[in-house]
Write a protein that binds this ligand. Structure first.
Ligand SMILES: [Zn+2]
Length: 96
């Protein structure tokens, strides 16, 4: 059994590229997690602290979806997550 597993830098030195936000980052920013089911469109906001207790503070936000289950359709592998930014109006403003 070979598992491809790239060790993430646990010490955040020089990781300016490819740094996914972690639960720790969210808790610092006081943001919760917005998640939605790509299967049925159900969405929800989860408290960051609750998830952090389970997954640890270094867990990357985009991967939280793998650990979630949709309450509506029981889907477990097609759930997206992102920080629940305040005042979001559909799309974030893009600076060109
Ligand atoms: Zn669903």
């Amino acid at each position: 059994m070979v598992k491809l597993f790239k060790k993430q830098n646990l010490q955040n030195h020089n990781t300016s590229m490819s740094t996914a936000m972690t639960l720790h980052d969210l808790s610092v920013e006081n943001l919760d997690i917005f998640c939605w089911c790509n299967n049925c469109g159900h969405n929800n906001v989860i408290g960051t602290k609750k998830i952090m207790d389970k997954l640890g503070k270094n867990y990357p936000v985009p991967k939280i979806g793998y650990k979630l289950r949709c309450r509506k359709c029981n889907n477990t592998d097609n759930i997206s997550t992102r920080p629940n930014w305040p005042n979001h109006k559909g799309q974030l403003t893009r600076h060109m």
